[in-house]
Write a protein that binds this ligand. Structure first.
Ligand code: UDP
Length: 236
């Protein structure tokens, strides 16, 4: 078993809300404890946080809002998740820094890639918020970009209550089958919806390995970081 030294962990907003709108602090605290434990073992952890538990631009657009403005609301939602996660990780005794792609000096550092890498080298968990700072993007795509720029070895996609990538939605189809491994091209050609196609194609173009795994299973973050076979691996 190899194990990684620097990882990018993507936490979707769904996780933060425990499936609801807003924050489920018990759920976040359990994840924060696992992240702190991994960081204490010397693994460098960068995190991209989603915001679907507050707002998704596409949904607000369907309800009549202008898309770009709705997307900015979505990005601001991710920052609230970042601050909650920061608070709880630090309560477990590990230093963190939040960096946002939309500048808001009172609450977070701006996104400065070289500084983020320096924080990681010092053992601080770096939490990236506000997506790319640009409408029409998703936090999945940002995860691939941050993983590449911060030179992470793998992108770990933590999902709420789902073990990996399935051939159809396991929440509605009891016969859905989970894939152990997929190539980037298989993922894209099968039109699997668990991550954005743009994130997968960016990973493919730069040969960044992706692991989809279930965050709801205790200990899974450590397992994923150790390189144990869990969930679905997407690679070349
Ligand atoms: N968003 C955006 N640009 C980005 C990242 C996010 O406009 O670079 C907006 C978009 O409206 C999205 C929302 O923020 O719906 C929340 O992000 P996302 O849906 O990726 O969160 P998740 O699904 O992971 O909870």
């Amino acid at each position: 078993m190899t194990g990684y030294k620097r990882v990018l962990l993507k936490l979707s907003g769904e996780v933060f809300g425990g499936g609801q709108v807003g924050l489920d602090l018990d759920v976040i605290n359990a994840i924060a404890a696992e992240i702190a434990e991994v960081a204490r073992c010397g693994i460098q952890v960068a995190i991209v946080v989603g915001g679907g538990n507050f707002f998704r631009g596409a949904e607000l657009q369907q309800r009549g809002m202008e898309r770009a403005r709705a997307d900015y609301m979505g990005m601001l939602g991710t920052v609230m998740n970042c601050l909650a996660l920061q608070d709880l990780i630090e309560k477990h005794g590990v230093e963190t820094r939040v960096q946002t792609a939309i500048t808001m000096g009172q609450v977070a550092e701006p996104y400065i890639p070289r500084r983020a890498i320096r924080h990681l080298e010092k053992g601080r968990v770096v939490i990236f918020g506000a997506g790319a700072g640009m409408p029409f993007f998703s936090t999945d795509t940002v995860s691939a970009q941050r993983a590449l720029e911060a030179r992470c070895e793998v992108m770990l996609m933590g999902k709420q209550g789902v073990d990996g990538v399935y051939d159809s939605d396991p929440k509605t189809n009891p016969n859905a089958v989970m894939y152990d491994t997929l190539t980037y091209d298989e993922f894209l050609s099968r039109d699997l919806r668990v991550a954005d196609a743009s994130a997968i194609s960016m990973a493919r173009d730069n040969n960044l390995e992706i692991v989809f795994f279930n965050l709801s299973t205790p200990g899974n973050i450590a397992r994923a970081v150790r390189g144990e076979k869990i969930g679905t691996t997407v690679s070349r």
